[in-house]
Design a protein around this ligand. Structure first.
Ligand code: NAP
Length: 242
């Protein structure tokens, strides 16, 4: 059984990635922070389709919570390892910089960037030993071009892109790839409060993307077909200029 851990797998893009990777034959480990009901629904949908899934709640922004959950998984699966990691969990908390509070800055950096370090370092050793691994980081258009009102979120996602490129070079010789996807506007809970009618006028495709479209890209990047793609940032934004 090949195991794939998706952080923030209970809703939105992470949920779609869980369903896609289960469909690809992975045993899916669904991480979430608090929304247990939504995570259980994802598990049930995977099982209904004949796939395999388990829940692994932890707070990606808290290194102790990450360590405890991963240690618990590893001791209950002594003969297995997680070969695919999708660092997807994320939040936004927008404010123009003059009004941004310490907690808004810190919380967004911790959840979108520190989380990558906390989770990835704990899974790397087994990937290196097994000489196989796929890591996909969910970045954002905001981390490439910057977006007004998102200095915290743009910094976190740009940092994630830098770390993606560095780690890809660090472990590329071990048959492990590390790539990032950079979605534009995707219709999920995270973008519910945005003025979609206004924003979609800027998007050549004329619409927000779907979580399933992002999941299809992640599915390709973790497949054997993508073995020679490493350290890349792949935009998925309907043609929105980056
Ligand atoms: P979403 O619908 O709000 O879902 C967020 C997911 O992350 C939920 O499963 C949530 O778990 C989980 N999560 C949040 N904080 C967490 C924490 N501290 N520990 C563990 N899990 C946590 O968001 P989304 O739109 O699918 O976004 C997914 C990723 O795509 C994020 O990294 C986001 O920055 C990125 N992205 C999104 C868009 C977009 O337009 N939607 C565009 C570019 C990039 P609970 O259910 O337990 O709360």
């Amino acid at each position: 059984m090949k195991y794939a851990l998706i952080t923030g797998g209970s809703r939105g893009i992470g949920r779609a990635v869980c369903l896609a990777l289960a469909n690809d034959g992975f045993s899916v480990i669904i991480n979430y922070r608090s929304n247990e009901g939504a995570a259980i629904e994802v598990k049930q949908e995977i099982e209904k389709n004949g796939g395999s899934a388990e829940l692994l709640p932890f707070d990606v922004s808290d290194s102790k919570s990450v360590d405890a959950a991963i240690q618990q998984w590893q001791s209950s699966h002594p003969d297995d390892y997680i070969s695919v990691l999708v660092n997807n969990a994320g939040i936004r908390d927008d404010a123009v910089m003059v009004f941004m509070q310490d907690e808004q800055w810190n919380k967004v950096l911790r959840t979108n960037l520190d989380s990558f370090f906390y989770v990835t370092r704990r899974l790397l050793k087994a990937m290196i030993t097994n000489r196989h691994g796929r890591i996909v980081n969910v970045a954002s258009l905001s981390g490439i071009k910057g977006l007004a009102g998102q200095t915290n979120y743009s910094a976190a996602k740009a940092g994630l892109i830098g770390s993606t490129k560095a780690l890809a070079q660090e472990i590329g010789s071990r048959k492990i790839t590390v790539n990032a996807v950079a979605p534009g506007f995707i219709a999920t809970d995270m973008t519910q409060d945005l003025p979609e009618a206004e924003l979609k006028k800027m998007i050549p495709a004329g619409r927000f993307g779907t979580a399933e479209e992002v999941a299809d890209l992640v599915s390709f990047l973790v497949s054997d077909k993508a073995a020679y793609i490493n350290g890349e940032v792949i935009s998925i934004n309907g043609g929105l200029y980056t």
